[in-house]
Design a protein around this ligand. Structure first.
Ligand code: ADP
Ligand code: ADP
Ligand code: ZN
Ligand code: ZN
Length: 836
């Protein structure tokens, strides 16, 4: 008889306290606990990591040394562990060229279908290889745009936004600033152009030359005297504004420079392929009358409908029939998971983490694997309660196929359906790390210590993760059970005639000075309305980059350079808003160089404290010395990263501790400086809670640390690399960074599913903060699926009724009680239950 359990003995990864636990195989097992309790350390850090290590040891002996460097999980023994496949949300950012089609591998099948069973033009000489239908290969890519589908151009309007200005007054906004811009101006003057006449009064011929010439004349420039400085004549070479902008955009190493010139480019569909990215030969091939680009642009549900006749065609086993059947079957799983509104050509970077994980989940269903453990990270993220049932069905199918499921989850509706529950806690960091319960779900009812218990068993009829007031001192406040009177709005923003994605002529109203929740099934248009249309309208009114809406290097808007702006016919009421803050789940940085302390600015205060110590002053160490980004103070072997990147096949972005500093990141001299007995590396190792005591005397640091504690992040370490933070943690760090700023005026806060990754107990903490912002006179708008949160809002906007083309309308809006009673809303029954 083989043991039916995976048995873990003595797990000590991160905060786990010598955990012993037995988990049944071939079962659906959930891991619960507050943020930082150790769920991921057990499910991913121990079980998955060990499965991964064993796999590599068996298949790739050459990788052993590297595996050794990366380190095995800290656990005495694990028995009965099958191979594992992880579908996690963090650390799995897709590359910008991937799309729904490539992630799901549906693209391959569709290309095969076109190659083998497409209708070729009469004059074609033979069938094309399936590669010829891919814009990512030389064989397929349109030679004009290299398969991007778009080309960048400059126009007179884009280069000279204000033609009333003269060249001297800065008409050519696209020119670089500082010396280089002055240089170009002086060259133009030397060449005899009038730089003092308004741009629009110059002859067209002159304007064209200045902006667009490909000539690069060299002239001797006698610079004008400026501010009393005398400059010598020099030889300067001209380059037109177009030349400067296009070259900087394609060749500059500097992200800032590229972003600056990007503003002067207009991007348009490639004229050669009409945005379809492929060579003409490939586009000439059709299936059911459409080229492959047209099929890739259809919502998946429509694509399945189009392929169904071929798939169900009777008679002989045609190639077309087989390929179409396969495509339809795979698309059906995606539709079941509420993703039928996506198209294959949708770029992966524009998908939410939840959508991406469900795409991968559906792909696994068809992989035919059995006997493996799937380790998942909150598969309910981004899912409307109406779609939770189909998620459970898909999970059940994976189990029936002979697999085990280890799922980290916060949605109590999913947790209740598990075969087995492992509750970790009771609290975060050093106050957690124990297994409080491992057994059938009902058994948790007897565990007093568990913070999960009251959410699982209170008001069984309720949905979602928030909403119930418990015995834990958390009285829920305004986020509670919806009995509260809605606040009175201080004004209204009205947006009319909205056209973007699936919003077609929509009018929407957002009350100000209140808490608004935007609801609807996945794909109904919530994010489009809130994080694009509303955000863009406010940003435009405020002019330029809105405060706090900081673009993280490369993180924001990855990959959608062709970002269409929302088409609005009117926007009213925006004047009341002074500031816009978008708090999203995008990573706060992509390398281990950014971390909690650097992002919040707290590290500046810490470095100053070290620079002010007697020993540092005696040695002449300034604050910069204590930065791991500055050569003087850091470990040179790892250049201050503490880790070195290890190239491991199949394991992108793996890091091993630096052998010189063992992860300390600094050189020995720097580490000799101590403040209150700790060196800088030891301070970075502290949790926020520990640092709050340690740095209590340092006001600038203490303030940041307090706000981090207030959003429930006391368990994070100051030096925790950005790459190890979940989307939910990143979002709360951004929120804390906002909260610590003293501010005046009316701020609009936009949050996209802020409860993702949060245990209901953490959700309560977050809601108190958000409602506090509203009480201080600000406006909060959240996109949310957690009906507990929605029930506690002042106002609800429900989009739908379906996803994609079936959505994009406001089905109901008003106070929660009103929306709960609305007809035709898929949200109302769930909201009604939460309102109890
Ligand atoms: P959960 O999944 O329950 O939110 P985690 O397992 O991610 O919790 O974290 C448990 C504890 O381990 C936390 O105190 C966290 O700060 C710490 N931790 C997480 N990742 C690391 C790491 N890479 N190195 C050191 N400590 C970590
Ligand atoms: P929700 O937030 O309700 O899940 P979204 O606003 O993300 O819905 O999507 C609404 C519709 O717009 C969907 O059909 C979706 O496929 C489409 N859509 C969203 N973002 C993009 C994008 N960047 N490019 C193209 N289509 C998009
Ligand atoms: Zn093209
Ligand atoms: Zn080092």
């Amino acid at each position: 008889m083989t043991d039916a359990y995976v048995r873990v003995r003595g797990a000590r990864e991160h905060n786990l306290r010598a955990v012993d636990v037995a988990i049944p195989r071939d079962a659906f097992c959930v891991f619960t606990g507050v943020s930082g309790s150790g769920k991921s350390s057990l499910a991913f850090g121990t079980l998955y990591a060990e499965a991964q290590r064993r796999y590599f040891e068996s298949v790739a002996p050459y990788a052993r040394r590297l595996i050794h460097q990366v380190g095995a999980p800290r656990v005495e023994e694990i028995t009965g562990l099958p191979p594992a496949v992880a579908l996690e949300q963090r650390r799995s950012a897709p590359t910008s060229r991937s799309s729904v089609g490539t992630v799901t591998t549906l693209s391959n099948s569709l290309r095969m279908l076109f190659s083998r069973a497409g209708d070729y033009p009469a004059d074609s000489t033979g069938r094309l290889d399936s590669d010829a239908f891919s814009p990512n290969t030389a064989a397929g890519a349109c030679p004009e745009c290299h398969g991007l589908g778009r080309v960048h151009r400059v126009t007179e309007d884009s280069l000279v936004p204000d033609p009333a200005l003269s060249v001297r007054e800065g008409a050519i906004a696209a020119w670089p600033g500082a010396w280089l811009g002055k240089n170009l101006r002086d060259i133009v003057a030397t060449l005899g152009y009038d730089i003092d006449r308004p741009w629009r009064d110059l002859p067209q011929q002159d304007r064209d030359w200045i902006l667009f010439t490909e000539e690069r004349p060299v002239v001797t420039v006698h610079p004008e005297r400026e501010a009393g400085r005398i400059q010598r004549p020099y030889k300067g070479q001209y380059q037109s504004a177009r030349h400067y902008v296009l070259h900087t955009f394609s060749d500059s190493q500097s992200e800032t420079q590229r972003r600056r010139v990007e503003r002067f480019l207009v991007s348009e569909a490639c004229p050669a392929c009409d945005g379809r990215r492929l060579r003409p030969e490939a586009l000439a091939v059709t299936f059911a009358g459409h080229d492959i680009a047209a099929l890739a642009g259809m919502p998946l549900a429509a694509l399945a409908a189009l392929l169904r006749p071929t798939a169900e065609g009777t008679g002989e086993e045609s190639v077309a029939g087989t390929l179409a059947r396969d495509l339809v079957a795979r698309i059906e799983v995606l539709t079941e998971l509420g993703l039928g509104y996506l198209s294959m050509d949708r770029p992966a970077p524009t998908l939410s983490a939840g959508e991406l994980q469900r795409l991968r989940l559906a792909t696994q269903l068809r992989s035919g694997l059995f006997g493996v453990v799937y380790v998942l990270d909150e598969p309910s993220a981004g899912l409307h309660p109406a779609d939770t049932e189909s998620l459970l069905t898909v999970l059940a199918r994976l189990k029936e196929a002979g697999n085990s499921l280890f799922v980290v989850e916060h949605d109590m509706d999913v947790v209740r359906r598990a075969d087995w529950l492992v509750d970790v806690g009771p609290r975060a960091g050093e106050h957690g790390g124990r297994v409080l319960h491992s057994g059938p779900v009902d058994g948790l009812a007897a565990v007093d210590e568990s913070l999960t218990r009251r959410f699982l068993f209170d008001g069984r009829g309720g949905t979602g993760r928030g909403g119930s007031d418990g015995p834990d001192g958390a009285t829920g406040g305004p986020g509670g059970d919806g009995a509260r009177e809605p606040r009175k709005p201080s004004g209204t923003v009205r947006l009319s005639g909205i056209h973007l994605h699936n919003l077609r002529g929509l009018d929407a109203e957002f009350p100000l000075g209140v808490f608004t929740a935007v609801t609807g099934v996945s794909g109904s248009g919530k994010s489009t309305l809130v994080t694009r249309v509303l955000a863009d309208a406010v940003r435009e009114r405020l002019g330029g980059d809105a405060a706090g809406d900081r673009p993280e290097a490369g993180a924001e808007d990855g990959g959608d350079e062709a970002r269409p702006t929302a088409d609005l016919t009117a926007a009213e009421g925006l004047d009341a808003i002074d500031r816009l803050v978008r708090v999203d789940q995008k990573p706060i940085g992509r390398t281990p160089r950014s971390n909690l302390a650097t992002y919040t600015g707290l590290f500046d205060a810490v470095r100053k404290v070290f620079a002010a110590t007697d020993e540092a002053r005696a040695r002449g160490y300034k604050a910069g010395r204590f930065s791991f980004n500055v050569a003087a103070g850091r470990c040179e072997t790892c250049q201050g990263e503490g880790f070195v990147a290890v190239e491991l096949l199949f394991l992108p972005g793996t890091y091993a501790p630096c052998t010189a500093c063992h992860g300390a990141r600094y050189n020995p001299d720097t580490l000799e400086i101590t403040y209150r007995g700790r060196n800088i590396a030891e301070v970075l190792e502290m949790t926020v809670d520990a640092a709050a005591d340690f740095l209590a005397e340092v006001p600038a640091a203490a303030r940041s640390l307090r706000t981090l504690q207030e959003v429930g992040l006391g368990y994070l370490r100051l030096g925790q690399p950005a790459t190890e933070l979940s989307g939910g943690e990143a979002q709360r760090i951004k929120l804390a960074t906002e909260l610590q700023r003293t501010r005046r005026g009316h701020t609009l806060y936009l949050l996209d599913e802020p409860t993702t990754g949060l245990h209901p107990a953490d959700t309560e903490v977050l809601l108190r903060q958000l409602h506090g912002l509203v009480d201080a006179g600000n406006t909060v708008v959240v996109v949310e699926h957690d009906m507990g949160v929605v029930a506690g809002a002042d106002h609800v906007i429900d989009l739908g009724p379906g996803g994609g083309a079936d959505g994009g309308r406001i089905v109901a809006s008003g106070p929660p009680a009103e929306v709960a009673a609305a007809e035709g809303s898929r949200t109302s029954p769930y909201l009604a239950r939460a309102l109890g």
